[in-house]
Design a protein around this ligand. Structure first.
Ligand code: NAD
Length: 485
């Protein structure tokens, strides 16, 4: 089909609709949460956390040292004795209570997450927070049913879990880690990412509010050095990591030869595959949600669009039309679709890869959009004429950048989709159920969505193939990682 002339979409004037900041009270400084108390780091060191949309300093948090990590692990070890001895139905009560407090405080937590992370309030309010509460509810339900999970009549917890999480979904990644660990009877030491420590520290307060026994959850803040201390600590029985493949490999080397169990949730370069019989408008929504949700800071983002050649022009016209309507700006404005890039470092990484795309010959396109003067911003961008050899088709950009490739046959789509070192997720857009099943069984990806994208549910296992890591989080499978089975 011939390309249609791009028409300017009808635009509406939106009045600003900012969510109030007054619902969240951020203290000027926070300590480490060890054994139920906030304490300073052993050497008194602190670092600042800023709002990526304005570069305003939000608070100062403690930088945990090896000594602090040791204190936190010992506190978790001590708490393990009584926590693991509690009947599952008692542990469930605490988890339910935490879930309820999260629901009650969801507006406050959503505003906090948008401030510290830069994600639009529409997403933190409607996606992150409901999923966080759902995870705690879901695993609360498992706590007294472990004998029926398929892991034997009396599955035992592992002990102390050392958990390290990234900055893209700070509170949600915390929930993915802490809820199953506690349900199975483990205690935890968790380290949030250095650019987004605040929601984990608020979660520490929620643990106190829920009356959780001291030492069951310990939160230590710090950078990669603190994370390395934690995963290398001999008192840890289980390492759970979500983050980059590079750090995941370093962690695998650290734990090799020890008795520690490990799960790694790493990067991705998902193919979102659109066939010529797909409903184009729905597919466009799925593509937009697949790559521009959370500024593309999503491990399972649909960052490679594979479109069947015969509908390429029609699809790209519709996609560009839709991209022109995306509103980029203040994360706290309820009209915002795309918020701030999480950090100056991440922005630099995105720029470098986008420049590589141009230098290697792909064609860059972005809608006209005015970006705010302060903070870290990147306009939603797409590249056409991308080949499989281009860096932007191979490397994870982790930003709002879509690489478009084409295919002619289903076999070619499978071959191109699987031509990646990663294997976390994929999407298929077609009207034919038989084709969905044929494709899904051939795609080397942990999650395959059909006629939708980026849908999450606590009952559904999530995890990768190849360099996307190993182990599964979520669902019944997510319990296995925290049980001695
Ligand atoms: P990162 O690997 O740089 O950092 C992740 C966490 O690891 C942070 O808390 C960091 O302080 C810590 N860390 C850094 N070096 C460490 C070390 N040597 N030992 C122990 N901990 C260390 O990743 P990032 O930039 O924060 O996050 C982005 C990456 O996370 C992307 O690659 C993304 O795909 C991945 N991710 C994966 C999933 C998944 O479920 N598969 C989910 C979200 C993000």
């Amino acid at each position: 089909m011939a390309p249609t002339t791009p028409t300017k979409p009808m635009t509406f004037a939106y009045a600003p609709a900012p969510e109030s900041r007054s619902v969240v009270d951020i203290a000027p400084s926070y300590g480490l949460f060890i054994n139920g108390e906030f304490t300073e780091a052993a050497d008194g060191k602190v670092f600042k956390t800023i709002s990526p949309s304005s570069e305003e300093v939000l608070s100062e948090v403690a930088q945990a040292t090896a000594e602090d990590v040791d204190r936190a692990v010992k506190s978790a070890r001590k708490a393990f004795e009584s926590w693991s001895a509690l009947p599952g139905s008692e542990r469930a009560k605490y988890l339910f209570r935490i879930a309820r407090v999260i629901q009650e405080r969801s507006r406050e937590l959503a505003v906090l997450e948008s401030l510290d992370n830069g994600k639009p309030i529409r997403e933190s309010r409607d996606a992150d927070l409901p999923l966080v509460a759902a995870h705690f509810f879901y695993y609360a339900g498992w706590a007294d049913k472990l004998a029926h999970a398929g892991y034997g009549p009396d599955p035992r917890p592992l002990g102390v879990a050392g958990q390290v999480i990234p900055w893209n979904f700070p509170l949600l990644m915390l929930a993915w880690k802490i809820a199953p660990a506690l349900a199975a009877g483990n205690t935890v030491v968790l380290k949030p990412a250095e650019t987004t420590p605040l929601s984990a520290l608020f979660f520490a307060d929620i643990c106190r509010q829920a009356g959780l026994p001291k030492g069951v959850v310990n939160i230590i803040t710090g950078d990669g050095a603190t994370g390395a201390e934690l995963v290398g600590h001999p008192g840890i029985d289980k390492v759970a990591f979500t983050g980059s493949t590079e750090v995941g490999k370093a962690i695998a080397r650290t734990v090799a030869g020890t008795s520690k169990k490990v799960t790694l949730e790493l990067g991705g370069k998902a193919a979102n595959i659109v066939f010529d019989d797909a409903p184009i408008d729905q597919a466009v929504e799925g593509i937009v949600n697949g790559i521009f949700f959370n500024q593309g800071h999503v491990c399972c983002a649909g960052s490679r669009l594979l479109v069947q050649e015969s509908v390429q022009d029609e699809l790209l016209d519709a996609l560009k039309r839709r991209m022109r309507t995306l509103r980029v700006g203040d994360p706290l404005d309820k009209n915002t679709d795309v918020g701030a890039i999480n950090s100056a470092e991440q922005l630099a990484r995105i720029r470098t890869l986008a420049e590589a795309g141009e230098a290697e010959g792909a064609e860059r396109w972005a809608p006209d959009c005015e970006l705010p003067g302060s903070g870290f911003w990147f306009a939603p961008t797409l590249f056409t004429g991308v080949t499989q050899a281009h860096r932007i088709a191979r490397e994870e950009i982790f930003g709002p950048v879509l690489s478009v490739l084409t295919f002619r046959t289903p076999e070619e789509a499978v071959a191109k989709a699987n031509n990646t070192p990663y294997g976390l997720s994929a999407g298929i857009w077609t009207e034919k159920g038989s084709r969905i099943l044929w494709m899904a069984s051939r795609l080397r990806a942990g999650v395959v969505w059909s006629n939708t994208f980026n849908k999450f549910d606590p009952t559904s296992p999530f995890g990768g193939y190849k360099e996307s890591g190993y182990g599964r989080e979520g669902g019944r499978h997510g319990l296995e990682a925290y049980l001695d089975v």
